[in-house]
Design a protein around this ligand. Structure first.
Ligand code: SF4
Length: 396
């Protein structure tokens, strides 16, 4: 049985951070409430999919840019539209700059039971460098407010590899985050996207990024510190106290189905019971065009594809390998009717030889060294092996 996750994209932020490549806009005024109305209409009118939702995630942008009443209306409309699993995980992302006791209490009583706070750093100089609009003190205060408002499942996002960041700076941020005793931490290395302001600064040689060796050291140190603090390392960048792994994201990493609403939201729904074939589409990105299309009953999708066979298998490998549990070859066979070990025989042998992956039972897992180069490892499974002679029939 597949599980269904729901996602809502709130595309607004107070300002645009220099490194940000998300579908987010520093907009305000009537467009904000128009977008909320359009999202409500999209949820109400979409005839797909059926199923019980096991998780809901409000991301962005900055969902808490909206007032709590609007977030509650959207959550209620999802509840009207979908049966929710008992104990469903319902996450809202929050920016420390928007933390406010009443707001967080309202969100908690609306039904959000998990909050993900975008801290990024506990160093004011580095926050300034990232063009974040909050201070380290505000981030710590946001965690305290979330706790007092009744959130028992708090995630903190932290970033390393920031321009000008030293290993000592990283250690301090890491320890500050751990001292706040969140249930979950996401520790990401900054990636520079070409179309961002940071991308431009990098091209003109004005972005003093730490070198690759320093970034790897920061990552290794993060793994060690999180483990020492009692967190389980369950995905390349994610760590959780026992019982607090993010179920919503696990569904993505298991290549499960999800329905998503809002500008730029990406949905992926299965077209057969096993999930060997699925349809994926992206909504109109611009909030204005999204609202106009919703108003005039035009299709919202700007990109759409049906994925099956070797491409789908490669995608399952690519996302699944990010999890420490790895990817089970027998589960992949059940889903795609393809013998993964045969199809990727050469790639697997090469990665084992380089010490990047290994086997635990019938599962392919990343080794410690593989974790450090996870992005390179997963790419091996995206392209079809040359001369591949295997075909897939999902009806088999
Ligand atoms: S707050 Fe987050 S989504 Fe908004 S601009 Fe900054 S990085 Fe992007």
């Amino acid at each position: 049985m597949s599980t269904l996750s729901l996602y809502v994209h709130i595309p607004f932020c107070i300002s645009k951070c220099g490194y940000c490549d998300f579908n987010s806009y520093a907009m305000n005024g009537p467009i904000v409430s128009e977008t909320v109305d359009a999202i409500l209409a999209e949820i109400r009118l979409s005839g797909y999919p059926k199923g019980t939702a096991q998780s809901i995630f409000f991301g962005g942008g900055t969902p808490t840019f909206l007032d709590s009443a609007s977030l509650q209306r959207i959550l209620n409309s999802l509840r009207d539209r979908f049966p929710l699993a008992p104990e469903a995980e319902i996450t809202v992302e929050a920016n420390p700059g928007t933390a406010d006791m009443q707001r967080f209490m309202d969100l908690r009583s609306a039904g959000f039971n998990r909050i993900s706070i975008g801290v990024q750093s506990f160093d004011d100089g580095l926050l300034h460098r990232l063009e974040r609009r909050h201070s380290a003190a505000e981030a710590a205060r946001a965690v305290g407010i979330a706790r007092e408002a009744g959130f028992e499942n708090i995630n903190l996002d932290l970033m390393f590899g920031i321009p000008g960041q030293t290993e000592t700076d990283w250690e301090k941020s890491l320890q500050s985050a751990l001292s706040l005793q969140p249930e979950h931490i996401s520790l990401y290395s900054l990636t520079i996207e070409p179309k961002t302001r940071f991308g431009h600064l990098q091209r003109i040689g004005q972005l003093p990024l730490p070198n690759e060796e320093a970034v790897l050291t920061m990552y290794e140190r993060a793994i060690e510190a999180a483990r020492q603090a009692g967190f389980g390392h369950y995905e390349v960048s994610n760590f959780a106290k026992p019982g607090y792994q993010c179920r919503h994201n696990i569904n993505y990493w298991r290549n499960g189905p999800y329905a998503a609403y809002g500008p730029g939201a990406v949905s992926c729904l299965w077209e057969d019971a096993a999930g060997a074939r699925y349809r994926r589409w992206t909504n109109e990105l611009s909030p204005r065009k999204y609202c106009q299309k919703m108003e005039s009953d035009e299709t919202l999708a700007v990109e759409e594809e049906t994925v099956s066979g070797m491409t789908a298998l490669g995608e399952s490998m690519m996302v699944g390998l990010r999890m420490m549990e790895g990817v089970s070859l027998s589960s992949l066979y059940q889903r795609y009717k393809i013998d993964m070990a045969l199809v990727y025989e050469r790639e697997i042998a090469k990665l084992i030889e380089r010490g990047l992956i290994g086997f635990t039972g019938d599962r392919i897992v990343l080794t410690h060294r593989g974790l450090l180069f996870a992005n390179d490892v997963v790419l091996e499974f995206i392209a079809l092996p040359e001369g591949n002679k295997f075909t897939v029939n999902p009806q088999n």
